[in-house]
Design a protein around this ligand. Structure first.
Ligand code: UD1
Length: 370
């Protein structure tokens, strides 16, 4: 096993799984490469973690750290400490990891990269270079730190290349490879369309909105969240809403006394977090998405579904300039106007960015194994 290339591949939270799955699949077909899949356990609920391994056909982790939830310092510190032990132990007696591969911008991404680089293990960052220029977002700090210590920066959209060059990264480290999350989307879209989740929920295809919200900036403050709930209920008078609720958001809605208001609104369907295939079944047939998720901005762009993004900024500007996303912040009036455009067919159409073609994992594998 110690012959060839030993890669430590890290996952931790829901948005990591769909980015790592295609890469593991492609690497498993290449010669002389051995991968060790390490799950930090940042997300541990069946609905946020296990179900993705089943649906994405990803093998079970070789190593599970079971870190769990916690404050940022606590969660990051635990991952750092456990990752150091795991990386020092190596993939097998007497052998060493040649490289660590991290994806995205969650706490697990940054902490694992930091543990590796301090042990002299080089780091490849998939989805490098994205910047919202909003340092109040924990993910922005994770992106800046991870890119700063990685020597292989695998970039999903042109803005990422510009950002990294501006920050002084040399061209030898940068690779525009496209969007690996779209590999998973295109791979599973036929299955998602076939299972008919909207029909099962009694929704009319193309006549509902999918809502997701979980960013701290939107859900951690009672006044902000209350305003957003009002906006959503307003939207639901025009178009039925399906709202799979992230555990963080559910906790906050309950704490601020807002959950019942949403659940009792006749046009709102509150659901638990959905599996990847069920969720894609819902989004691919939606009239519009209303979300604060970066990943959904990308997926809606490829699906050609309008995306009203409840954020003031985005680290994925191509989804706005070429894609179907518009930033609405929490401006209820703007949201209402754009919804009118969606309903009367005048909303912009958008197109898929270059290299969001379902083959990013192959390009990444080629670079990793060069
Ligand atoms: C994390 C990522 C975010 C990503 C999101 C997707 C960071 C800083 N944030 O945010 O970038 O978009 O995942 O889901 O890494 N919880 C559960 N079950 C779980 C996991 C979490 O109930 O399996 C609850 C916990 O009470 C926890 C809260 O959700 O306190 C938040 O979880 P956490 O992992 O801290 O961040 P997310 O908000 O999920």
């Amino acid at each position: 096993m110690s012959n060839g290339c030993n890669l430590a591949c890290i996952v931790g939270a829901r948005p990591n799984f769909m980015k790592m799955a295609p890469l593991l699949r492609v690497l498993s077909a290449r010669d002389a490469v051995h991968t060790t899949l390490i799950h930090t356990g940042q997300h541990y609920d069946k609905n946020l973690s296990d179900i993705f391994f089943e649906q994405l056909d990803m093998r079970r982790p070789d190593i599970s750290l079971e870190i769990g939830s916690g404050k940022h310092g606590e969660q990051t510190a635990k991952i750092l400490q456990r990752m150091e032990e795991v990386l020092e132990a190596g993939p097998a007696q007497g052998s060493r990891y040649d490289r660590l591969v991290v994806v995205g911008d969650v706490n697990s991404t940054m902490a694992a990269a930091l543990a590796a680089v301090k042990l002299g293990i080089p780091v490849a960052h998939v989805e490098a270079g994205l910047r919202s220029f909003d340092r109040t977002m924990p993910e922005e700090i994770n992106r800046i730190v991870t890119d700063g210590i990685s020597d292989m920066l695998l970039v999903s959209e042109p803005s990422g290349m510009d950002n990294l060059r501006r920050e002084g990264h040399g061209d030898e480290k940068l690779h525009l490879v496209g969007n690996i999350m779209i590999d998973t989307l295109l791979h599973l879209l036929p299955q998602a369309k076939a299972i008919g989740t909207p029909e099962q929920l009694g929704l009319e295809v193309g006549e509902y909105a999918v809502v997701t919200l979980h960013r701290p900036a939107n859900v951690d403050n009672a006044d902000t969240l209350s305003e957003l709930v009002d906006v959503l209920i307003d939207v639901s008078h025009r178009l039925p809403l399906v709202f799979p609720i992230h555990p963080r958001t559910e906790q906050r809605l309950e704490r601020f006394g807002l959950l019942a208001r949403l659940q009792q609104a006749p046009g709102v369907r509150v659901l638990p977090p959905q599996g990847y295939i069920e969720f894609l079944s819902l989004t691919s047939r939606a009239r519009v998405m209303v979300t604060d998720s970066g990943g959904l901005q990308e997926e809606s762009t490829v699906l050609g579904v309008p995306c009203l993004t409840m954020r003031e900024n985005t680290e994925r500007p191509v989804t706005v300039t070429s894609g179907t996303s518009t930033l609405v912040g929490n401006d209820a009036g703007l949201l209402r106007n754009l919804l009118n455009d969606v309903l009367d067919g005048s909303y912009k159409k958008g197109r898929s960015p270059e290299l969001w073609d379902g083959h990013a994992a192959e390009r990444i594998a080629d670079i990793l194994l060069q």
